[in-house]
Design a protein around this ligand. Structure first.
Ligand code: EPU
Length: 331
């Protein structure tokens, strides 16, 4: 595309966003930076940030953006995303404000995508509902957890999903959980699909035992993972089906504390890359990650797969043809 063509596309898009957002009552902000929107605290500006507040609003705005061929991505808590330092020329649909309330009914709970996962785990434990207590320390939204089938300490969210609500043609549609493939830190949801919420089916158990299991997971997490640090959780997946821990292996390679600019391999858990200082860049984290992958390949013959989402600055529609694993959007 020539520069003139890009400028025309951008001004048509901006006019569309300026018309659609107020009509649907959705807050729209320009020029927000990934450095303030993600837990790694790095990454460049994004053209537009849209903040719907209800599932219906989110479905409508996604439908309108599609109808106007406007490229968009979805962000939840931003706790599993490494976004490039360059300016991102697309619309970011933040689900953070689509929180609503968690509606409990017997063993079921219906919850919106922007609801905090740790909060939901506490809500469920208080009601004596088991099935997600291992997930209590994951600092993400319910939507993000669903998108990637978040898991920890023996629990995975996919195991308890009865139905998922997704945006279809501008409306809220319900999909049975059994129609979704729930793999290790990966699902069959596709780019361009917006998750709005879910109904989970939990099971009654003794509240004291649930709380004890939650506390145990919390203690383990505190003892073995960095907290309060600027991280995106585990950076790489464990080698599938091997029972191996990538963190343990990086540790054994002597890489704890390895540094590249403002990015450091956590001295607490070697599968965490943390950023430090004002000048930290996404490029630092990426260079450090690639150094780990190179050494891992040489020393173990294993190709490490990213567990965090790597977001390039190009608009998603322009990179769709080569979208692989890493192009899945964090919600
Ligand atoms: N270990 C080390 N050094 C390290 C890290 C780990 O020796 O630097 C050892 C531990 O002492 C333990 C073993 O390796 O004996 C396994 O460690 P851990 O229990 O931390 O498990 P993990 O396989 O490294 C996985 C998930 C975590 C999840 C924990 C607990 C992945 C990539 N990681 O870590 O998930 O919290 O199990 O269930 O699957 C995440 O998804 O972002 C994440 C952090």
């Amino acid at each position: 595309m020539s520069e003139t063509q890009i400028l025309t596309v951008v001004s048509t898009r901006d006019a569309a966003v300026r018309e659609i957002a107020p009509r649907l009552g959705v807050r729209a902000e320009e020029g927000r930076r990934f450095a303030e929107l993600t837990s790694l605290r790095v990454g460049g500006a994004v053209d537009w940030l849209l903040l719907p507040e209800t599932e219906e609003q989110a479905a409508s705005i996604a439908g309108e953006l599609d109808a106007h061929a406007v490229a968009w991505r979805v962000l939840g808590a931003g706790s599993n995303v490494l976004a490039d330092d360059a300016d991102h020329h697309y619309v970011l649909l933040s689900m953070r404000e689509v929180k609503g309330v968690a509606r409990f009914d017997g063993e079921r709970v219906s919850v919106s995508a922007g609801y905090s996962l740790p909060r939901l785990c506490v809500d469920a434990a208080r009601r004596g509902l088991s099935g997600i207590e291992g997930l209590g320390g994951i600092p993400g939204t319910v939507g993000g957890a669903l998108w990637m089938n978040a898991g920890a300490y023996g629990d995975e969210i996919g195991q308890v999903v009865e139905t998922v609500r997704v945006a279809r043609g501008g409306r809220v549609a319900e999909v049975p959980g059994t129609d979704v493939r729930w793999d290790y830190r990966h699902t069959s949801f596709r780019d361009g699909e917006l998750l709005l919420g879910a109904t989970l089916r939990l099971r009654h158990d003794d509240p004291d035992q649930i709380k004890a299991r939650m506390e145990e997971a919390k203690q383990k997490r505190f003892a073995t993972q960095p907290h309060g640090a600027r991280s995106a959780g585990c950076f790489f997946k464990n080698p599938p089906g091997s029972g191996l821990s990538t963190g343990k292996m990086i540790d054994e390679m002597g890489m704890k504390g390895a540094q590249h600019g403002g990015a450091v391999v956590s001295p607490v858990h070697a599968n965490f890359i943390v950023t430090e200082g004002e000048g930290a860049q996404a490029a630092d984290a990426l260079a450090l990650a690639e150094e780990i992958r190179d050494r891992f390949r040489r020393e173990h013959g294993i190709e490490l797969e990213y567990e965090v989402e790597l977001w390039g600055a190009a608009a998603p529609s322009l990179i769709e043809s080569d979208a692989g694993e890493g192009a899945n959007d964090e919600q």
